[in-house]
Design a protein around this ligand. Sequence first.
Ligand code: NAP
Length: 352
Amino acid sequence: MSQKRKVAILGATGAVGQRYIQLLQGHPWFEIEVLAASERSAGKKYKEACNWVMESELPKEIGNMTIADANVEAVEKAGDVDFIFTSLPGDLAGPVEEQFAALYPVFSKASAHRMEKDVPLIIPEVNPDHLQLIPIQQKNRGWKGFISTDPNCSTIQMAITLKPLMQFGLSQVMVTTMQALSGAGYPGVPSLDILDNVVPYIGKEEEKMESESNKILGVFDGKTVKNASFAVSASCNRVHVKDGHLESIYVKLEKKPSVAQVEEAFSNFKGEPQKLKLPSAPENPIVVRKEANRPQPRFDRDAGNGMSVTVGRIRSDPILTMKYMCLGHNTIRGAAGGGILSAEFAVAKGLA
Ligand code: NAP
């Protein structure tokens, strides 16, 4: 990369925005030029507006940056940027991302545009060809830039594991999630609601898991994505864990593979980010653990610098075909790390 791309982060003070800042420190291709958040934070120094909850120190130069309002005029006044990472609340992201996309590539972590027909819902290892929706979107909308979206955090890790299972004739998926607190943003779930407790409901999460997976694993036919047809049933729970979503997944596979074949399919799975050696690509998108009691959030969420999904307890199921546990870091692979990998992939393909 001859010159580093300059980026803005919208939603920079939140759980995902902070992770973007942390992961972009020393990034070989990208550097942070503008930080933006709500009007509550705009005009303040980042260190004054943000309660930094990452384990690493807040970089001094970031702490001293002045936060801009999350609109095009304010961001352009704050600096010259090449593209935008957004981690805004879903309801707000819709119109804001459209304003930016008229001019800039936008890599979004919000749900607002994920299911629109001409918007890619990308996991670079899983559906790299869906990026070809971008010129179609630009033509449809008359935009210079575009919107590329990443899936919901609990969907990303599941979809990565479903991809290598497609060869076995995947027809049904049942998933129960145990989702970390950081998935609810900052400050998130009140402590008195979650201490000593599990909350068996996360608003709109089950619907997202059930709809997004079919688009992600759908086939791009040159014009549009024809959704995959397997059925998904999700049950989502909030648990008392800081980072890392654990999922119990049951799949029906028409070709009835053995446990060994499924393990091999998971272990051998690689995608374009690995071939292209993108800076944020983990060596193994899926790590298989053989111990009886893994994966666990505390031990496995940082596998592959938080970019690998860890599976374990792969076993036959008497009702469907196979069952396994799946763990991913929700604010790294499920959020900022996933967004950065999507942007690296788009840059490598000459789109940003
Ligand atoms: P969060 O911690 O609540 O952060 C929200 C961010 O948006 C803050 O920077 C906040 O700025 C800003 N914001 C709020 N209202 C705004 C407004 N009216 N105008 C401009 N900026 C505004 O949430 P989060 O967990 O980072 O999630 C951000 C997005 O990513 C959501 O769409 C979420 O669904 C998605 N996501 C989250 C995760 C996760 O694991 N947390 C994973 C995948 C996707 P102020 O500090 O100024 O209020």
